[in-house]
Design a protein around this ligand. Structure first.
Ligand code: F6R
Length: 608
């Protein structure tokens, strides 16, 4: 949700800021801007639209300087426009500021400032912060921040350049991530790790209301009262190349192609070479696992869909009841959970506002919390009682692909661990399952090697108006993610339905030419799914069946079949997600959509 980058050092900051903004474009992309200290003045360049527009502006109207801040925006207050783009300044241009998040009490502060003569030029809550800082500024940036930051309610990450101290960048945050690093004669700040990786792998995460001060020669950190603090360094082992597009046309395709590798990396972290689980890496010992009555899983979007699949894995294998909820619902609902109960959040970014709020609520209630998370040092990974890291590496495309895969892998492994500890599965059964699981990446690779089949299908189907993904059991949970992937990047209306539920209403929507993707990877349920396929086929739908190995029964009820390698039914979703992601990708490409940056969306949703 909006990207921030800031630099101070011995190089011209403009190429560095632009490079950082380009790598953060997935966080927001309706306008962008930079502010630099040009030697005598704070100079700004801002442009509505993609970062390209800002690049063009900087070519026709160049600026340079040794320190500066930049921003790529995802509008919350005020439409996308040049004037609402960040950075913003106060009326006297004593400072320039970029901001992620939402200042909830901005109207209240604004009316106080207007009464005191401030004239606003934009509709943003960010300008309110700029004017507030300018209003209280007394020549000492740190004192000004100490005074004003406590007045701000909501979520924010702020990077500020003061004209009186132009070689220093100040920043602070609350419920919105901020990462700081120091390289040789330079310091850099960003709202996400990929923008910083080229300069250093040793980073510091600024925590709520802390203040970071960046100078060419080093970093200093203060608490909200201005007392100096020491912060632990976090080493990021992501590969710099992993955050680049390489020869792929889109990050999304690159990230889908990386899935077999992400699978192996995550698997190897939790499974020994002899196909036993590294059970010490999972929360809970035997006694605790046996005593559990329920696990609650809370997350958003794709991560919520991972939770839905996780519920089915855990209930089936470990015989433990699992309740799954959407974080934005859970946080304001009647939380019927008791002290000591097991509570899990799932989040790729570790920064999703609603998920953080749900986690904090569970902690307040005394729950035993854990997180499945992809980003070391993120808010969720710091605050959860136990963290199960996924090893997807950086995910840049807005649509989650490899992060979802690694989440469901971990949930599968969690289910096996709980099943073993609760005495529901023997060591031999676990080892057999893990051996079979280790073969899934090869099956995924086969899907990837034959992706032209999917591309060809997409080239014939991209004009379709409605797509229904249906399935039963695990396939239904998978269908939810398949439908989300398609709608978010191709803008084709798609829905997921429990195959047996269609006839209770939704079947009314099926008409000549509707596309129905029947996920039919569960042999026990195939006969039932066949009936549901027939129900839609006779009503004019074009039916595509996705099967686990060959299934003769599909032929009469579908127009097309895609097969994944035959495998244990519980493992099939781990492989069947790949053709679903590829289908969404190719349909979006056929429609000419901006695959990596779909309209209205942003990665890492740090506002409510
Ligand atoms: C969809 C997508 C989103 C995220 C959701 C949660 O492709 O990426 O639905 O899954 O915003 O994000 P995290 O996992 O970062 O908490």
């Amino acid at each position: 949700m909006c990207g921030i980058v800031g630099y101070t050092g011995d190089k011209n900051c403009i190429p560095i800021l632009m490079n950082g903004l380009t790598s953060l474009a997935y966080r927001g992309y309706d306008s962008a801007g930079v502010a630099v200290w040009e030697g005598s003045d704070l100079t700004l360049r801002k442009a509505k639209g993609k970062i390209e527009n800002l690049k063009n502006l900087l070519e026709t109207s160049p600026i340079s300087g040794l320190s500066g801040i930049g921003h790529t925006r995802w509008a919350t207050h005020g439409e996308p426009s040049d004037v609402n783009a960040h950075p913003h300044t106060d009326s006297h241009k004593t400072l320039a500021i970029v901001h992620n998040g939402i200042i909830e009490n901005y109207l209240h502060i604004k009316s106080m400032l207007v009464k005191n003569g401030c004239v606003f030029v934009s509709e943003t809550d960010t300008e309110v912060v700029a004017q507030l800082l300018g209003y209280y500024y007394d020549g000492d940036p740190l004192e000004t921040l100490k005074k004003t930051v406590p007045m701000l309610e909501g979520s924010f990450a702020l990077a500020i350049l003061f004209a009186d101290e132009p070689e220093t960048i100040y920043c602070t945050c609350k419920d919105s991530p901020m990462v700081v690093g120091h390289g040789k004669n330079e310091s850099i700040i960003a709202s996400d790790i990929p923008a910083i990786l080229e300069y250093t792998r040793d980073v510091y995460f600024v925590q709520d209301r802390q203040i970071a001060v960046l100078k060419k020669n080093g970093l200093a950190f203060y608490d909200e009262f201005g007392a100096t603090i020491e912060k632990p360094v976090t080493h990021i082992d992501w590969d710099v190349e992993a955050a680049k597009k390489g020869n792929y046309e889109h990050f999304m395709m690159k990230e889908i192609c990386e899935e077999p590798d992400a699978f192996r990396k995550t698997f190897d972290q939790y499974v020994n070479k002899d196909f036993t689980l590294k059970s010490e890496r999972f929360p809970w010992d035997k006694a605790r696992a046996k005593s559990l009555k329920r696990l609650t899983i809370v997350s958003c979007g794709t991560a919520f869909h991972a939770g839905m699949l996780g519920k089915k894995f855990i209930e089936h294998m470990a015989k433990l009841r699992v309740d799954v909820d959407i974080a934005s619902e859970y946080r304001y609902g009647d939380t019927l959970i008791e002290n000591g109960e097991a509570f899990m959040v799932i989040s790729q970014s570790g920064e999703t506002a609603d998920t953080i709020a749900a986690l904090r609520r569970a902690k307040e209630l005394g729950c035993d919390t854990m997180a499945v998370c992809n980003v070391t040092g993120s808010t969720i990974s710091r605050e959860a009682g136990h963290v199960l890291y996924t090893y997807a590496g950086p995910e840049i495309a807005v649509a989650a692909t490899k992060s979802y895969l690694t989440q469901i892998i971990l949930l599968y492994l969690c289910a096996l661990d709980l099943a073993q500890k609760r005495g529901e599965m023997s060591q031999v059964q676990i080892t057999d399952r893990l051996k079979e699981m280790s073969k899934v990446p090869a099956a995924m690779q086969k899907v990837l090697d034959n992706k032209e089949q999917i591309q060809y299908f997409a080239s014939r189907s991209f004009a379709v108006k409605h797509v229904f993904f249906i399935g039963r059991g695990l396939d239904y949970a998978l269908a939810m993610e398949a439908a989300l992937k398609l709608k978010e990047i191709s803008y084709i209306h798609s829905e997921a339905y429990a195959a047996g539920e269609l006839k209770h209403g939704t079947i009314a929507l099926i008409e000549e030419g509707s596309l129905v993707v029947a996920l039919a990877t569960q042999p026990d349920l195939q006969a039932k799914v066949a009936s549901n396929m027939e129900e839609v086929r006779v009503r004019g739908a074009h039916v595509l069946a996705v099967t686990n190995g060959p299934w003769d029964g599909a032929a009469g009820h579908s127009h097309e079949q895609w097969q994944i390698d035959q495998m244990d039914a519980t493992l099939a979703p781990l492989c069947a997600i790949v053709p679903m992601q590829l289908l969404a990708y190719y349909l979006a490409v056929q429609k000419g959509c901006t695959v990596d940056q779909p309209r209205n969306l942003a990665k890492s949703v740090t506002v409510e």
